[in-house]
Ligand binder design. Structure first.
Ligand SMILES: Nc1ncnc2c1ncn2[C@@H]1O[C@H](COP(=O)(O)OP(=O)(O)OP(=O)(O)O)[C@@H](O)[C@H]1O
Ligand SMILES: [Mg+2]
Length: 289
């Protein structure tokens, strides 16, 4: 990634973490309720239409996997869920994206507030350089109200535990975040995202650059995460999608040059055993893509 883009991402990550820690326990809320609703979304890069007419719900305390061949708009779509595409010049959205019934694209909505509620973990781990593991985790919340050291310690332990990293780093919290392995850095970034207690966590191929052990740890963390958060994850790994998600959306382009569409969306079990559409079946069984 170009260093300018990396800095932009880091600033955005900082923005999304600049918030108050809320003690609200979301796990008590209904498991079948929708946290986000997307209605008739079109997305463009300049005059190029990348996505057409996508409607989908994100269920609370569930994991939603997004799958599909390369170039069919999965990253484009996931970025629309927290207005992250706005850092791409010329990118624009038509349609509605509701978070808890509020349209995140309404003119009076602050994108920074949206990104606090809808956090994002990127494909490439991006811990803040020259910052300790501890400081990386609390980077966002430090910008909010002043907290006692004991409260910060608690947040660090809790989020690193949720991200399945605590045992590996508890004795070296003062070490630099970038001194960790790639897989550990990614889990650190997950902890950093969790520290500000978003409602939704977006992950765009978070494990694609990781070794199998780290990938397994991230998958383990997912079970824990969905008790408190709603997760949307893009993955090219079909076994991973089948293992960790409750719902699956398949994005597909029928004819070259067409925009991507959400071809099928359903319970993961159904999508992987008896999908309605042939293309979905071909894709999940590895016949193409
Ligand atoms: N910044 C951009 N500017 C212009 N076009 C873009 C940009 N980002 C993506 N696109 C185009 O939008 C379409 C969808 O791309 P996107 O990255 O969302 O696909 P994807 O499903 O995430 O693919 P992959 O699985 O390879 O990550 C592609 O045709 C791509 O070339
Ligand atoms: Mg992508």
């Amino acid at each position: 990634m170009d260093p300018k883009e990396a800095t932009k991402e880091q600033n955005l990550t900082r923005d999304q973490e600049n918030t108050q820690f809320s003690s609200r326990d979301r796990a008590v809320e209904s498991a079948t309720e929708s946290v986000m609703t997307v209605e008739n979304l079109n997305m463009y890069y300049g005059s190029f239409k990348a996505l057409q007419d996508v409607s989908m719900v994100v269920k609370r305390n569930m994991v939603t996997a997004l799958i599909g061949p390369s170039g069919c708009g999965k990253s484009t779509f996931i970025r629309s869920l927290n207005r992250m595409h706005e850092i791409v010049p010329g990118a624009r959205v038509e349609g509605k994206v509701l978070l808890d019934d509020e349209d995140i694209y309404a003119s009076d909505v602050d994108p920074v507030r949206v990104r606090r509620k809808v956090g994002m973990v990127f494909q490439k781990p991006n811990p803040f350089p020259r910052m300790s593991i501890y400081d990386n985790v609390v980077a966002g919340i430090k910008l909010g109200r002043k907290r006692k050291k004991s409260e910060m310690d608690e947040i660090v332990e809790k989020t690193l535990t949720q991200a399945a990293l605590w045992d590996e780093v508890k004795d070296k919290l003062k070490d630099g975040g970038t001194a960790l392995s790639g897989g550990q850095q990614q889990r650190l970034c997950i902890a950093r995202t969790l520290a500000v207690e978003p409602e939704v966590i977006l992950m765009d191929e978070p494990a694609s650059a990781l070794d199998p052990v780290s990938t397994q740890k991230i998958e383990d963390a997912m079970e824990e995460l969905k008790k408190r958060y709603s997760v949307v994850i893009v993955t090219h790994n079909m076994q991973q999608a089948a293992r960790i998600s409750d719902y699956t959306g398949f994005f597909y382009i029928e004819h070259m040059g067409d925009p991507g569409r959400l071809w099928e969306f359903d319970d993961t079990t159904k999508m992987f055993s008896a999908p309605d559409r042939k293309e979905t079946e071909d894709y999940v069984t590895g016949r193409f893509g």
